[in-house]
Design a protein around this ligand. Sequence first.
Ligand SMILES: [Fe+2]
Length: 163
Amino acid sequence: MFGHVPLLANPTFADYLEDYGKGGLRAGDFGAIDNLARLYWFTVEFGLMKTADGLRIYGAGILSSPGETVFSLEDASPNRIEFDLKRVMKTLYRVDDYQQTYFVIESIEKLFKETYADFAPLYKELTADKQTFGLDEIAPGDTVITRGTQGYAKSKGKSAVAF
Ligand SMILES: [Fe+2]
């Protein structure tokens, strides 16, 4: 019942995911698949949302893990940073363990508004400068909600494969 199922039961969100597929083809034309994949990762899979009752999870990748469900909201280790489209598209992620950074968005409306856009100008910029931010990096201009201790990642003592 967790993972992608709850949000896919919402037709608007289901359409949104279908459009990601089309967006993927388009990103390929610009050599920007990595950038779009990072956006997908940090929203649909690992996104957090700010609510009146505190932080909540909407990312299915988090929700499919009981451990990360608690970790992403409550642990002191990860950074929690306000969502910024360009910043997210430049941020490396790991697929082998809990995330070291989560991005927090204000609302599902904001997610749709910011990501239902023509990314062509942005792709041109991103593929020209090729800048990336590391797994635990705080970037200039970030609005930091929680600066993580990274204690969990350090305790694992191995370097992550980052995408
Ligand atoms: Fe998934």
